[in-house]
Unconditional design. Structure first.
Length: 324
């Protein structure tokens, strides 16, 4: 089968289009013929050797997959050949076939398209749990969403409103992206390339600051975001897209009773009931039309290198999808 693999860490050019064996099934596993693959910043971090956990070489990236059941292994009972499913796997998604354990699969409704569904396992669940499990969003609270036109950000804006946020403040780098965030329900939009963006956040909250902030850039954005928090605020970190780690002095959190916490989705995956319940809830929101998924582009699997390049160059909005 065809797959995208890298044998060394580096820029997008290290991604190679290769031929590898179709995975062989063990007990309890299912083989999927892949129909859509989600592209995420986690994939670029893997490629650069900068992910939260070590990335062994050679490596086939890709965690979000929609596919059709091709074969079931011994001991499986929930799914049959031809079933259409969505799943979140550890790696190996940039390929024509993937294998995974049966318990990671969620059936897809007929009226949810592949390109839509593939945004839910990683980016959808991330946005969901950033706000609920980690941020503990309460009705009427204010939420600051950085990179609000991106895959996670565009979902977080909508979910924050759906879950009762009183004031959703969205940041992005262009007027076009800000317009998208506004269309998705943001109450205020701010261009974070402006030097005074932090002051604009404070003005949007009447000088009080925000209750919850979702931060994935690192560097100066992290430090300026802390200054935007109101007392008892919760800042949730889920990435370092800038590649610039931030230094934090815990004593600086004390005078406003602030919380800074990290989020890593695989820990949610270890809690089967929590994972399944939240993914099904997201699916219901999509079916009802309450949650709209923005597909920023659909590309051939062999163009993965180009897709990584434009995503890291901040030239995209919404969900980027690869198709074998």
């Amino acid at each position: 089968m065809k797959a995208i693999q890298f044998k060394e860490y580096g820029d997008p050019s290290v991604l190679e289009n290769v031929d590898v064996d179709v995975p062989e099934l063990d007990k309890g596993e299912v083989l999927l013929k892949v129909t859509a693959i989600g592209v995420n910043y986690a994939d670029t971090a893997r490629r650069e050797g900068a992910y939260v956990v070590p990335t062994p070489l050679p490596f086939i990236p890709g965690a979000e997959v929609v596919g059709v059941v091709e074969e079931v292994g011994e001991g499986t009972s929930k799914f049959s050949k031809g079933d259409r499913v969505v799943t979140l796997i550890g790696s190996g998604g940039y390929a024509e076939y993937v294998k995974t354990t049966e318990h990671t699969l969620i059936s897809l409704p007929e009226n949810v398209e592949d390109e839509t569904a593939v945004a839910l396992p990683l980016q959808g669940l991330t946005a969901y749990h950033l706000l609920t499990t980690m941020g503990r969003l309460e009705e009427g609270e204010s939420v600051l969403v950085h990179a609000a036109a991106g895959g996670v950000g565009s979902l977080a804006v909508q979910l924050a409103k759906s879950f009762g946020a009183g004031n959703v403040i969205a940041t992005a780098s262009t007027e076009e992206k800000l317009a998208l965030a506004s269309d998705l329900g943001a109450d205020h939009t701010i261009n974070y390339t402006n030097e005074n963006w932090r002051q604009e956040v404070l003005e949007a909250t009447g000088g009080k600051g925000v209750d919850i902030a979702l931060e994935m850039a690192g560097g100066d954005i992290f430090h300026e975001t802390i200054k935007c928090m109101r007392p008892f605020g919760r800042l949730v970190v889920y990435g370092v897209a800038s590649g610039e780690p931030a230094q934090m002095y815990p004593s600086g959190l004390m005078n406003r009773n602030l919380s800074v916490m990290g989020f890593f989705l695989p820990q949610i995956m270890k809690k089967r009931e929590l994972f399944e319940k939240s993914l099904n809830h997201l699916m219901e929101l999509v079916q009802s039309g309450e949650l709209k998924l923005t597909v920023g582009g659909v590309y051939d699997l062999k163009d993965a290198s180009y897709v990584h390049e434009i995503m890291q160059g901040r030239k995209t909005k919404g969900k980027l999808v690869l198709k074998p």
